[in-house]
Design a protein around this ligand. Structure first.
Ligand code: ADP
Ligand code: GLC
Length: 485
């Protein structure tokens, strides 16, 4: 089949700019499609973190001012492992330190509408004939609200087919009516079947309405977001577009997340060499100031600390953990009250509970390897990557039955043990009590080392590589081409 020209537009990409799973996906999926022989190029802002790594990125096009509030910019090119990165150099919008979405006080940057408006606009431009870069995408693939406005220009002005992937529907990018003109969108786009959404201009709604095809990051989440509870207001639109919507489960980068060859670990291990996992537990206990013994399970958490992740549930019951008995290690940041709650918890139980507030990629690997069980009681989880990392690392997860968690974790019971699918512990309600019961089940199962190893091995055997997902995205692109917006 003829190779496709695909533009993958994103607001983050690991390892340079990452606040969550989108960064990991943006690093892995385009690389997988490149390897499959397609001409995929990644588009994102030339953030300071990227300017520092690629100071000499070649200027490949001058983008003129395209609307009142979208300043002129330069398009730069850096190539990493044969994957072209197109970087929008516009210092007025992107040359600022820190988080791509938030200022130092945790508030949205006040000009996010223009920052991600320009990103979306340039994404659309590169799908249109006669653009200044001289390469035209067949398919523009937008990810989350920050790029989801791209299909609007392609719809109103013509150009490439478009795809929007929802990584998290809770973030929608809603702004005032006046932004329509500032972004250079036509007044007639202000319609219920255009970009308008309850009196705002919504980037995500526009994309879901106008893209040729829509996807989200797990089959279960694709169903859930058509339901009022999970749809954050967009369920009726998604039901209307159900024929164009599908769920494609994310893969994980099996080179970066590989316990047999992970430079962050104290000792490598694999399903047939599980004993060495203990060395990692001891190293983690030592590094985090936990009491060094292996007579009780060590629970691990790596997460944004938000309502979504359900870590308030864990906070509610955590005082019981030392008596279970169990230890806990938490790495995360986010909600300030939750950060404070976890800090205080660690102060109350020195040696038993350790908490690190912050973002630390290397420690994340050490926790995956050193913990016995990973805790992820999310209220909703479009896909979730950490439960898959945990399964690969022989660290069976406790999860809620939602989104990608429901699609990857199989609860331990007689039947699933018999058919060798049991790989974790699943809660069906989001109460502290349900989480407590699951943690007690873990503490008991963990004491039975043979049983525990069976559960570990079931998870470690499963294939979470990008191979399958990459093929599904190609089908999605071809469907988009067959049915332009
Ligand atoms: P989400 O994108 O909703 O935050 P995912 O599970 O898809 O959830 O992805 C989270 C990613 O971010 C994982 O790669 C995880 O290891 C990483 N991560 C989250 N918090 C931290 C942290 N405090 N330190 C290091 N890595 C983190
Ligand atoms: C979002 C979701 C997470 C998903 C990630 C990558 O951040 O919250 O569940 O894994 O995107 O698709």
């Amino acid at each position: 089949m003829k190779p496709l020209a695909i533009l993958f537009a994103t607001s983050e990409m690991a390892p340079w700019v990452k606040t969550g799973g989108l960064g990991d996906v943006a690093a892995a999926l385009p690389a997988a499609l490149r390897r499959a022989g397609h001409d995929i190029r990644v588009l994102m802002p030339y953030y300071p973190a990227l300017a520092a790594v690629f100071p000499d990125a070649t200027v490949v096009a001058e983008i003129p001012q395209l609307a009142r509030h979208l300043p002129a910019a330069r398009l730069r090119l850096a190539v990493v492992d044969e994957l072209p990165l197109l970087l929008i150099d516009c210092p007025a919008l992107y040359a600022r330190p820190g988080n791509p979405y938030l200022d130092a006080h945790g508030h949205d940057w006040p000009d996010n509408v223009w920052r991600f408006g320009l990103l979306s606009r340039v994404a659309a431009l590169l799908g249109q004939v006669g653009n200044p870069y001289g390469w035209q995408a067949d398919v523009v693939h937008a990810n989350d609200w920050q790029t989801a406005l791209a299909p609007a220009w392609l719809h109103y002005e013509g150009g490439a087919a478009s795809v929007v992937t929802v990584h998290n529907i809770a973030f929608q990018g809603c702004f005032g009516h006046d932004s329509l003109a500032g972004l250079g969108l036509p007044e007639h786009a202000w319609r219920f079947d255009g970009v308008e959404y309850h009196g705002t201009l919504s980037f995500l709604k526009a994309g879901l309405q106008l893209a040729s095809q829509i996807s989200t990051v797990s089959p279960t989440y694709a169903r859930e977001i058509q339901d009022e509870h999970f749809g954050y207001g967009l369920a009726p639109l998604l039901r209307h577009r159900a024929g164009a919507l599908r769920g494609i489960l994310n893969g994980v980068d099996t080179d970066i997340w590989n316990p047999a060859d992970d430079p962050a670990l104290a000792a490598p291990y694999a399903a047939n060499r599980l004993a060495a996992k203990r060395t990692n537990k001891a190293a983690l206990q030592a590094a985090m100031g936990l009491r060094p013994d292996d007579d009780r399970p060590l629970f691990g958490v790596i997460s944004r600390l938000t309502q979504q992740k359900g870590l308030d549930l864990l906070l509610t019951i955590a005082d019981g953990l030392p008596h279970l008995p169990a230890q806990l290690v938490v790495l995360g940041s986010g909600d300030k009250a939750m950060e404070a709650g976890y800090r205080e918890l660690a102060v109350r139980y020195p040696g038993e509970i350790a908490v690190r507030i912050g973002f630390d990629e290397e420690l994340a690997h050490r926790i995956e390897a050193g913990a016995d069980c990973f805790v992820m009681p999310s209220r909703f989880e479009p896909c979730g990557l950490n439960q898959m990392y945990s399964l690969r690392y022989g660290t069976p997860p406790i999860v809620r039955a939602t989104g990608g968690l429901a699609d990857t974790v199989v609860d331990v019971n007689d039947e699933t043990l018999a058919d060798k699918t049991a790989n974790g512990f699943v809660l069906d309600s989001d109460t502290p009590h349900a989480l407590w019961v699951a943690m007690m089940r873990v503490a008991e199962a963990w004491q039975d080392r043979r049983l525990w190893q069976r559960i570990q091995k079931n998870g470690m055997r499963r294939d979470f590589s990008w191979k399958h997902a990459a093929a599904d995205y190609l089908t999605l692109y071809r469907d988009a081409l067959a049915r332009p917006a």
